[in-house]
Design a binder for this molecule. Structure first.
Ligand SMILES: *[C@@H]1O[C@H](CO)[C@@H](O)[C@H](O)[C@H]1NC(C)=O
Length: 404
């Protein structure tokens, strides 16, 4: 009996802490993210400030990762200071774009040809002591996407050019620790369930191995790494798979467009639709083009379509408190970005299909619904240039390395 009651209490308590409503209506999502949605019944305003709404919804991040950045700050001054600090770091010059892309291509090709860090272990242990050459042609593409994104982030944001293989193993350890904690810290009902950074020796060790010790949360390298790496590698991986093995399998122009962009990562090249002389165009039924004439979608459109179908952040959560005086229970509201990106009444009956050509023509409603980098006032500073172009560079590099 007591057990039943306590179970019941746990359920109720869990619910109180955890009430969640979700919307895939773009206009509502924008309000949810901004922290200004009014309550359904009485149209009451949120008593939490927009930054509080955001920080409370992200409260697991400082606990699990020991960070202190724009995602975790309740005051707008510090949050915008962080964003201002990041802006120059991601404002790359033409030369920087060029060298980061070359770096990505060389690194990836090297891995594909000579094997990949971390693979040695799995080869070594699974092949026992036989002299047989381990099957190092097998590459874990997810690990590759992670470590490549991480390398690029380290290079650009921490001025760390990591070349050697031992470093790669550290990076892979860090990437895997981050992902482990990222997943295990999500959507916990109470703070006690959230894994704690102080207790996570593997995560701390992999950080120290690369950056040395830091003493304050505001100096934690993860402040910069989490928002860049954790979102980028997933989009990059999904985009690569889609272009190389999915829908794009039948459309070699997409690959070539991405490879050409990685080779020449300029704005002009990003927006260039690749055109083929008629003799080279692919005959057959593939991807009948009804919207864009004879031009093939630009790298920009291919990346945009990747960001639509594989949104970097699928749900954005915000804490709401509408009734003053009803205790400290928050309601969690979530903006279903993935839903906004795939609603068929906005995107058409092929909403679930990867079709970069849809971007030749798009409606205002689609513009409103497309929020891969969030929306004001919390728009990601990587939205205008850095994010899309970096995804393009990384995907293009990966395609180059596997030989198109
Ligand atoms: C990026 O840097 C250039 C100079 O390197 C500067 O002119 C430009 O205003 C910067 N852009 C942003 C958005 O900060």
């Amino acid at each position: 009996m007591i057990l039943t009651i306590s179970l019941l209490l746990i359920v109720i308590w869990g619910k109180r802490q955890h009430t969640r409503s979700s919307s895939n209506e773009p206009a509502i999502c924008r309000q949810i993210i901004a922290g200004v949605l009014r309550s359904t019944e009485k149209q009451q305003p949120n008593t939490l400030s927009p930054h509080q709404s955001k920080a409370i919804a992200n409260r697991h991040l400082p606990i699990a990762f020991g960070i202190d950045n724009a995602f975790t700050r309740t005051d707008s001054v510090h949050a915008s200071m962080f964003v201002e600090k990041v802006k120059p770091l991601i404002n790359l010059s033409a030369e920087q774009w060029h060298s980061v892309s070359e770096f990505a291509r060389v690194t990836t090709s090297h891995w594909i040809e000579h094997g990949f860090p971390g693979l040695d272990h799995s080869c070594g242990s699974s092949c026992h002591k036989e002299k047989q050459k381990p099957d190092c042609n097998r590459i874990n593409v997810a690990s590759l996407a992670q470590i490549l994104s991480l390398k690029v982030v380290l290079w650009l944001m921490f001025d760390k050019k990591t070349q050697d293989q031992t470093c790669d193993e550290n990076l892979l350890n860090l990437a895997q620790s981050i992902n482990r904690v990222w997943i295990s810290s999500k959507l916990k009902a109470t703070e006690n369930d959230i894994p704690r950074f102080e207790d996570d020796i593997p995560l701390q060790t992999s950080l120290v191995n690369i950056f040395g010790k830091h003493n304050h949360p505001e100096d934690n390298p993860l402040n910069l790494i989490l928002p860049s790496f954790e979102t980028m590698w997933r989009v990059m991986l999904r985009s690569f798979l889609e272009i190389r093995f999915g829908t794009g399998k039948e459309v070699p122009e997409w690959r070539e467009t991405m490879i050409a962009f990685a080779k020449k990562p300029t704005k002009k090249q990003f927006d260039a639709g690749s055109r083929y002389p008629p003799s080279l165009s692919i005959p057959g039924p593939s991807m009948d083009d009804t919207r864009g004439g004879q031009s093939s979608p630009s790298a920009n459109y291919i990346v945009r379509e990747s960001l639509r179908l594989y949104a970097p952040t699928r749900h954005v959560h915000r804490a709401y408190q509408w009734n003053q005086g009803t205790g400290a229970s928050h309601e969690m509201m979530s903006a279903d970005i993935e839903g906004c990106h795939t609603m068929s009444d906005i995107w058409g009956s092929d909403a679930d299909r990867f079709n970069p050509k849809r971007w030749f023509v798009f409606t205002p409603a689609q513009g409103d619904a497309f929020m891969p980098f969030g929306c004001p006032p919390f728009e990601c500073p990587a939205k205008p240039t850095f994010g899309p172009r970096m995804v393009g560079v990384l995907v293009g590099s990966l395609l180059t390395a596997v030989g198109g």
